[in-house]
Design a protein around this ligand. Structure first.
Ligand SMILES: C[S@@+](CC[C@H](N)C(=O)[O-])C[C@H]1O[C@@H](n2cnc3c(N)ncnc32)[C@H](O)[C@@H]1O
Length: 197
């Protein structure tokens, strides 16, 4: 890919999102034929990326609205994602059925954060992975990010700190909490939290 085009492509929201999922996938080992849940489908690019990267997995993606979904633009893997309209606070899924739950650039705008983490923990199989990628609540851009979000996107937006996430995850009964940041990238604006059931 010519470098000018590469630079342009890297600025597109879908490319940024893909890298967030890629960074997470590099840090977990999923079983064959895994069942993976994404909370916050948005346009659907994350779910499509997961289904391409995990060709034998079945990806489910939940969103409270289907308004943003762009099914005609997606390039899914051989097992296309299943999109479900529901709230993360009340997942219409059986307990213990997922090998991983991803929440990418979504947690900051969800209501009832403790309930959402509890729902994610409920649907995970024992040993399953909880992966949350979002804005770092200690980054200097936290306040500008929240102000713009409050004005144009959601009054609920809150960028969580590592300590806040650790508390929510611990109270939901998940273990092995750890945080990762991409070295040298964006001075730590994004952070990834990992935990297991
Ligand atoms: C910024 S998008 C994230 C999209 C995708 N994960 C990505 O990184 O490309 C956040 C999504 O969360 C969804 N959302 C907001 N409240 C929700 C809720 N209670 N339950 C499920 N999804 C919700 C919004 O509709 C929106 O599509």
């Amino acid at each position: 890919m010519p470098s000018l085009f590469k630079r342009f492509f890297a600025r597109l929201p879908m490319a940024r999102s893909s890298r967030a999922y890629e960074f997470a996938l590099e840090r977990i080992a999923l079983p064959e034929n895994a069942r993976v849940l994404e909370i916050g489908a948005g346009q659907g690019y994350g779910a499509a990326y997961l289904s391409r990267s995990l060709p034998d997995a079945q990806v489910f993606s939940v969103d409270v609205t289907t308004e943003c979904l762009k099914p005609e633009r997606l390039e899914p893997g051989p097992r296309p994602p299943i999109f479900i309209q529901a709230s993360a606070t009340d997942l219409p899924l059986a307990g213990g059925c997922m090998d991983a739950v991803f929440v990418v650039m979504t947690f900051h705008c969800l209501p009832q954060p403790q309930r959402v983490v509890q729902e994610a923990a409920r649907v995970l199989k024992p040993g399953g992975f909880f992966i949350l990628a979002d804005v770092n609540g200690r980054h200097w851009m936290k306040r500008p990010f929240e102000i713009v979000e409050h004005l144009f996107i959601s009054p609920l937006t809150h960028a969580y700190t590592v300590e806040e996430l650790a508390g929510l995850i611990d109270r939901a009964g998940l273990t092995d909490f750890r945080v990762a940041r991409r070295p040298g990238k964006g001075r730590g604006f994004m952070m990834w939290a990992f935990a297991r059931k």
